[in-house]
Design a protein around this ligand. Structure first.
Ligand code: BMA
Length: 859
């Protein structure tokens, strides 16, 4: 595993897309001198822009940490009142004299009235849109004031709700309880704002207000490149044919030279007549012997830096940079004997998508640092993932997210921001959505990481499969149901696909999950969200049989580890049914479901910390069955995205990495289950079957080593065989009658170890147990460890005389990264792991804080 760095990185990527403007253009971010106040009050306090009301109140000591204990409950007043932000900024002669001056608001959350020198210049009502306002007339030399009035999204939502003579379907129970409703009114759907702000079954309810992206003052003469789309016309091994579409705004009729440099070398230039206003200029580009961009695991992520310039009489008057990657991507849906395929073909090869769903990393999005983005995406890479799904209840992520996915080879399944609801369909709402879609498609379309656009999350399923259509028809009549459906049809089947078609080349999928446009999910086509495990209380083994063509959601909850719990609780809260822990558990069936599954397989944990540990094992072992099961079922199934990789606050949830970046057991398990070549043994009623799955594009020779090992080290049976590991295939390489192995062993004290050796090295290893852990006769291991310091890392060697199941090393209050955890150590085996502390610590300190346990210590 490569090293994950959890520090604030000086990441330059966010600047990569930006325009390094020549003298003709002045750009100034208005991030200074901001203050804010509640509209009805008088006291102005300093504010951060970008930021939000909640984080500004916190920074000023006006509120306590919103995530601590039950603080969230006391902070619900914040979203019911209006807020005001103001700043002054200086406009010197160099700005004032320019031909055009504008204010560019990259993101206002959400109902914002903007005043420049007391004149209203903008009424914004969509968090996801960008707004550009001409302000030359109003700007004065010297100091100018900018004031933004934010109306309470809750009050606006209520007004919109009450103005209708019909109602939209109620939210699912969990979301209703959390706060998607005011009284019994579902208000979140009326606002084009991150839906999880209103609370989710893993998230707190903080309906924020604020300037969440920069405000830019821009002044220019002559002309400016507004936008570039790099369209890939053809890609072969010999050449890439591209068309660059430039949108250039010119202040007058003029002749310019439009130039493109590829990696600093001028590759095309064209004399172009510009008219006053917006001009479209197309530059044909060619790259010889192109290096392709590959998803993680299949090759490098080669990127080309394209610089676009317009020159007037040899002076550069505008410049823009885009970083592109060359790859082809298709979603193949072809009828076959079972139904219709659904897989991604990248650079001509079918690629199994391994990954997870991604939610915003904080309830307050502006405080997610570049380091945190890097950490999560690197964690995805380290877990051998090649796809993340940006789920529709959050935000269209900041540029840095996509820059990092480009660099690290993580494809993005990009939802439009609609989730688990039916939405309005009036003209204003739809036009607002159309603009939002265009803004975001234009912002993101040059990223090679974007794999597809998807209309919504679970809105179609909700209408047909969660009883919403029937309930509306029954209570409000068919006419209302038709009206609500028309809104759905207009939005996801007309407005959004058209916006994609007109502005991008990529594939559009109307809803996740679905079989086809407007047709709810099924198991033989399209994508599926399978929640039979968890919501349906079906056993984990169902993951092996409930296999669709593409699994875009499945998951199981766990609690975060003790060091995370300690950050938001005090000792008296350390019971999963305490008020504090219950408040940091948003699924109505959460605790009881974790306990139910846990006790199916494990002995009752003896105390609270052990409950957290065993809970994480329950989740990891369950999801392992799914990850491996989906891969074994390739090419029928070609994708496995679990729900969810991250958290937005400290909480019990389906995440594999907690809010503070701690890898849960599941994340460590994903590293192994998603390895490009996997050995996976399976216990069936009569047989033991061993599969080898490879995602590689070339075959390789390997050796399979199987040992039937008694927990005390005694070996009952051994076999070694050569395996020709075929490219991009799942193969059953060994199968035996269960009883034939060796009649002489007890199932409760033996395991089958399977190891795949490639190039004389152990490449993938997996263990099969014959019984659930609670029925195993686990010996009490004598764990021996040794710590060596090597630079800023500690090398820890752990060995055991007998089987040590699920070794868990914790470093208490010492923060840092542990390379592997929660693994089983075979009798006599030695395992080397690394610990990289966040700061400097001595070996003694580490030893004092370090604890190593295994499953026998949990009961
Ligand atoms: C899925 C998601 C989320 C939800 C999760 C867990 O359906 O789309 O809405 O948080 O399940 O319930």
């Amino acid at each position: 595993m490569s090293v994950r760095i959890y520090t604030i990185l000086l990441i330059t990527v966010s600047m990569i897309m930006s325009c390094n403007q020549p003298e003709n253009i002045i750009e100034k971010e208005l991030s200074d001198n901001w203050s804010f106040k509640q509209t009805s009050k008088e006291n102005w306090l300093p504010a951060e822009v970008p930021g939000c009301v909640h984080t500004d109140l916190l920074a000023n000591g006006e509120i306590e940490d919103p995530f601590y204990r039950l603080n969230e409950h006391d902070l619900q007043w914040i979203d019911k009142v209006d807020w005001e932000y103001k700043t002054t900024f200086n406009a010197g002669p160099s700005i004032i004299e320019k031909g055009k001056i504008e204010l560019h608001f990259k993101g206002l959350d959400t109902y914002a009235e903007v005043f420049l020198n007391d004149e209203k210049i903008l009424s914004a009502d969509n968090m996801f849109r960008e707004w550009t306002v001409d302000c030359k007339e109003l700007l004065i030399p010297g100091n100018n004031t900018l004031r933004i009035l934010f109306r309470s999204p809750v009050q606006v939502g209520l007004e919109k709700h009450d103005a209708l003579d019909y109602t939209f379907p109620d939210p699912p129970n969990d979301l209703a309880e959390i706060g998607q409703v005011e009284g019994n009114k579902r208000i979140s759907i009326f606002s084009r704002k991150a839906q999880y702000h209103f609370g989710w079954d893993w998230g707190p309810r903080f309906v924020t207000n604020g300037v969440w992206k920069p405000i830019i003052l821009r002044a220019f003469d002559k002309a400016i490149i507004r936008n570039v789309q790099v369209e890939q016309m053809e890609l072969t091994d010999e050449s890439a044919d591209l068309l660059a579409h430039l949108e250039i705004e010119s202040l007058s009729e003029t002749t310019v030279n439009a130039i493109c440099l590829i990696d600093g070398v001028e590759s095309f230039s064209r004399k172009t007549e510009l008219e006053e206003g917006l001009n479209k200029v197309v530059l044909p580009l060619e790259i010889q012997d192109p290096e392709k961009w590959w998803p993680n695991g299949l090759g490098d992520q080669h990127m080309y830096n394209l610089t676009f310039q317009i020159h007037e009489e040899n002076n550069t008057i505008s410049e823009c940079q885009e970083r592109i990657g060359l790859r082809t991507i298709e979603i193949v849906q072809e009828p076959d004997s079972a139904g219709t395929s659904f897989y991604f073909k990248v650079n001509g090869h079918p690629v199994f998508m391994k990954g997870a769903n991604y939610i915003p990393q904080d309830a307050f999005v502006t405080r997610v640092t570049p380091g945190k983005y890097d950490y999560i995406i690197q964690s995805a890479v380290d877990a051998n993932m090649n796809m993340l799904r940006v789920w529709g209840g959050g935000i269209y992520e900041y540029d840095i997210f996509y820059d990092l996915c480009d660099e690290k080879g993580i494809l993005v399944w990009q939802d439009f921001m609609f989730a688990c609801a039916m939405y309005p369909g009036d003209d204003h709402f739809l036009e607002n959505v159309r603009q939002e879609a265009v803004d975001n498609i234009k912002r993101l379309r040059n990223h090679p990481c974007i794999a597809l656009w998807c209309g919504n999350n679970e809105c179609l399923s909700a209408w047909y499969n969660w009883g919403w259509k029937d309930a509306v028809e029954e209570r409000q009549g068919k006419e209302v149901a038709d009206l609500i459906w028309k809104a759905y049809d207009d939005n996801y089947h007309k407005i959004l696909p058209l916006a994609v078609k007109e502005n991008d080349q990529r594939f559009y999928w109307a809803s996740s999950p679905s079989a086809r446009t407007g047709i709810p999910e099924n198991w033989v086509e399209g994508d599926v969200h399978y929640w039979g495990v968890w919501w349906g209380k079906e056993p984990f083994s169902y993951y092996r049989t409930q296999v669709p063509r593409f699994m875009s959601e499945y998951g199981f909850q766990s609690f975060p580890e003790m060091s995370t719990i300690n950050k938001f609780t005090i000792e008296e809260d350390h019971d999963i049914y305490s008020d504090v822990m219950k408040s940091h558990q948003r699924s109505s069936i959460g605790n009881e479901t974790i306990e139910l599954y846990m006790l199916w397989d494990y002995k009752k944990p003896k105390d609270f910390p052990m409950q957290l540990y065993v809970g994480q094992l329950t989740q990891a072992e369950g999801i392992k069955i799914a990850m491996e099961g989906h891969r074994k079922a390739m090419p029928y199934c070609m994708g496995s995205l679990y729900w969810q990789i991250d958290d937005c606050w400290p909480v019990a949830s389906w995440s594999s990495i907690d809010y503070f970046g701690k890898w849960k057991a599941q994340q460590y398990y994903a590293v192994k289950a998603f390895q490009d070549i996997l050995v996976s043994p399976e216990l069936n009623d009569e047989t033991i079957d061993v599969y080898v799955v490879s995602d590689r594009l070339d075959p390789v020779e390997g050796k399979l080593k199987m040992d039937l090992v008694q927990f005390d080290g005694n070996i009952h049976w051994q076999k070694e065989m050569n395996v020709n590991i075929k490219a991009n295939t799942s193969q059953l390489v060994f199968s035996t009658d269960k009883d034939k192995l060796n009649g002489n062993y007890n199932e409760n004290e033996c395991l089958l170890s399977t190891k795949l050796i490639i190039d004389d090295k152990e490449y993938s290893a997996n263990i099969l147990y014959f019984l659930p852990p609670k029925d195993l006769e686990l010996p009490d291991p004598n764990l021996v460890y040794d710590i060596q310091e090597e630079g800023d890392t500690y090398i820890i060697q752990i060995s055991s005389d007998v089987l040590a199941k699920n070794i868990y090393l914790s470093t208490g209050d010492i923060e840092g990264i542990i390379s592997d955890n929660y693994y089983d150590l075979l009798p006599g085996e030695k395992k080397t792991i690394t610990f990289k502390p966040e700061g400097k610590i001595s070996a003694e300190e580490l030893k004092d804080n370090m604890k190593i346990i295994s499953l026998v210590d949990s009961y």
